[in-house]
Write a protein that binds this ligand. Structure first.
Ligand code: UCC
Length: 656
């Protein structure tokens, strides 16, 4: 390690932060995987992550930084004035695509090498990849969601999830079925390929000019059958409309929502170029359907059936070619019935929300890892920061919040793969549906706060572009916006609570069962006579006392229904209280499993913050907080342990 701070004449230079192996340095991830993966699957996953953890810190990180330095461009015309709408991406961006394929970052979820644990291993890898990926994790999220749709439709043996009434004539269905199956099978192979030459990505075309939240209202894009009378699932359509935020415009496919029109009624207004025509709500257009869109260009590179109007000029995610697309009759295969577009695309949306959580945890981990390294290099007020209690306290906070988000992300991954493998008990399925929006909304907000705090830890240098630190904050800011803003996700939580009251019961039952088990483990660890037992006992007491408040709010929300103004006004607080409580439960359960003091302290610190920040601090939580305040030596110990001050960081290390 270099000298912490060296004087050169009257100026000084500071040693920049370095990264070590992203897996080796992440003891909490290793421990979580030890609990979540079966022993027979663990060695192979660990070996893969160990290798990949170094690449994430070095070659992949360099590609991500190059992709930021060389953002995509739109070349609309060739030298002869012909319209080509070429989205020109950097070599680094293309290399990240090849890495993604080779590493199986999507494929791993479908190969299922770890059976009903595969998504855990996949999300762990994406967590290492995300902060280095130059946003390539964004197209991967949508590609994963699209692959899941294809897999589900193929497994169902036809084009769409079960209909609630209506339906198409059998003969028409049979006619279209073969072509549909072939198209979906081909798409699935490409989306889940490990071969860079064959790997394709998919976009998700939902958001339009009227916004991305109230999609059922805002969608103006229309779909006209290619052949009159052929309107069943599996039929080809032409799409006309304006997609306002297509996140990765270099994708080779997309899943798109559109309203069906009878043949011949799409009209010239849709191919003209303004994209401003409104058909939503017109008598002719029916409800939303979901379409699979193969994105094609001709031999001269001209887009077929669409124009790229412009690339978005964004606060962050500048590596990513986010575009406005005018659809001028692009061919698309109908894969859901009219009126069932939203539920049909929901599995894709839920998967991208899980990816969002993994990305959030990844950014948090990155800034924490950099701060941990920097604290060992930077001296101020006469000592390296890592030896100073105030700095240790800041590092402990960063680690605590990163650990909480990681635990929640991997829990959702655990439940998702159980459902995908058909092994989820009804209670687990309800929990998955409820935890998916909670994890997305909570980790996204946490990420912005944690990254901001971590940047502050680097002082003025953290504000300087050449350090590659500001980009982390810019990019993290998309997380609470993309794939549903916080309020939209809160509405989704209310949707679940009202449509499936068993979800609330599953949530409280899980919390209470896990806390009872953790309390028993705390006693088995020696209770007050061991530091781990004491801390875990404190955590369980505080979390148990927070549970009745959340339970009562849940009951009230279910009883009043999502339309109630009283429910809506309190729903954001409720969602955050639920997320905080559940993270506490996960940390306590993990500490109970590991028996390690560090994990018990994590759970206790979380429980303390959980009580204090929910605004409904129980008397027990307050007692925990004040007793800790009375024992500054205990606080010193907690800060020292959770900051990792006593831990050696891995070698070698690469300059960030
Ligand atoms: O716009 C965007 C871009 C932002 C900036 C990007 C920057 C660059 C990119 C950087 C990348 C890193 S992102 C916004 C994307 N939009 C969304 O994520 C959608 C958000 N909106 C929602 O989630 C809404 O709440 C909707 C679309 C679901 C609301 O639609 P409806 O039609 O009003 O919903 P309903 O009627 O409540 O639900 C319709 C059906 C129901 O099932 P059935 O009919 O069987 O009862 C629901 O239970 O859909 C079901 N459903 C779901 N099922 C709705 N949501 C879900 C779900 N999440 N999971 C399962």
């Amino acid at each position: 390690m270099s000298a912490p701070c060296s004087q050169v004449g009257t100026s000084f230079t500071q040693d920049p932060p370095h990264l070590g192996n992203q897996f080796s340095d992440d003891g909490f991830l290793q421990s979580l995987l030890g609990r979540l993966l079966p022993p027979e699957a663990l060695p192979e996953v660990q070996q893969d992550l160990e290798r990949f953890g170094w690449e994430a810190a070095t070659s992949i990180k360099q590609l991500g930084q190059q992709a930021e330095a060389q953002p995509p461009r739109l070349v609309q015309h060739d030298a002869w004035g012909g319209r080509i709408d070429a989205v020109v991406t950097s070599p680094a961006w293309q290399a990240l695509k090849a890495v993604s394929a080779r590493e199986g970052l999507v494929a791993a979820a479908y190969e299922r090498r770890q059976g009903q644990h595969s998504r855990i291993a996949q999300m762990a890898k994406l967590y290492l990849f995300g902060a280095s990926s130059g946003l390539y994790n964004c197209p991967l999220a949508m590609t994963d969601g699209a692959a899941r749709l294809c897999e589900m439709l193929l497994a169902a043996g036809q084009g769409a999830p079960a209909s609630r009434g209506g339906g198409r004539p059998a003969s028409e269905g049979q006619q279209a079925g073969g072509e549909l199956q072939a198209a979906l099978a081909e798409a699935f192979c490409h989306l889940t390929s490990r071969n860079p030459a064959e790997f394709r990505t998919s976009g998700q075309w939902m958001t339009e000019k009227r916004g991305g939240s109230d999609v059922s209202y805002a969608t103006e894009t229309v779909a006209e059958p290619e052949q009159a009378g052929q309107t069943g699932v599996g039929s080809w359509y032409r799409l006309y409309g304006y997609k306002w935020f297509t996140s990765a415009a270099d994708g080779e496919a997309a899943m798109a929502l559109a309203r069906e029109l009878p043949a011949g009624q799409a009209g010239a207004g849709h191919s003209g170029g303004s994209g401003s025509s409104s058909t939503a709500g017109s008598g002719a257009a029916s409800g939303l359907a979901l379409f699979y869109v193969p994105v094609r260009r001709d031999a001269a590179g001209r887009p077929q059936g669409f124009e790229v109007v412009r690339l978005k000029d964004k606060l962050g995610t500048r590596q990513l070619p986010t575009a406005e697309l005018l659809l001028t009759g692009i061919r698309a295969l109908k894969i859901s019935e009219a009126g069932r577009g939203v539920p049909a695309i929901a599995p894709m949306v839920n998967i991208t929300r899980l990816h969002n959580a993994a990305a959030a945890a990844s950014y948090m981990r990155r800034i924490t890892a950099l701060a941990q390294d920097y604290a060992r290099r930077r001296s101020a007020f006469g000592a390296p920061l890592i030896n100073q209690p105030l700095a240790q306290r800041a590092l402990a906070w960063l680690h605590l919040h990163t650990a909480g988000s990681l635990a929640l992300t991997l829990e959702v991954a655990r439940l998702l793969v159980l459902q995908e493998c058909g092994c989820a008990a009804p209670e687990e399925a309800h929990l998955l549906r409820l935890l998916t929006p909670l994890a997305k909304l909570y980790t996204a907000k946490e990420s912005v706060a944690v990254v901001s705090e971590g940047i502050e830890f680097s002082g003025g240098q953290g504000y300087i572009e050449g350090t590659h630190l500001p980009v982390i904050l810019r990019d993290a800011q998309v997380l609470p916006i993309w794939e549903g803003s916080t309020s939209v996700l809160v509405l989704d939580v209310l949707r679940v609570l009202s449509s499936a009251p068993q979800a609330a019961a599953a949530f409280t039952h899980c919390c209470s069962a896990e806390l009872n088990a953790a309390a028993a483990a705390a006693a088995a660890l020696g209770g007050d006579s061991s530091s781990a037992g004491q801390a875990l006992g404190r955590a369980c007491t505080a979390l148990r006392s927070a549970l009745p408040g959340v339970e009562a709010s849940l009951r009230a929300a279910v009883a009043a229904g999502p339309g109630s103004a009283m429910v809506q006004v309190g729903s954001r607080d409720l969602a955050f209280a639920m997320a905080r409580l559940f993270v506490g439960v996960l940390l306590a359960a993990h500490a109970a499993w590991s028996g390690e003091e560090e994990h018990a302290l994590l759970a206790a610190e979380w429980a303390c913050e959980c009580g204090a920040s929910s605004g409904s601090a129980s008397s027990t939580a307050e007692a925990v907080a004040s007793s800790a305040a009375e024992r500054p030596e205990a606080q010193l110990h907690i800060a020292a342990v959770l900051s990792g001050a006593d831990r050696q960081l891995s070698e070698p290390r690469a300059r960030y």
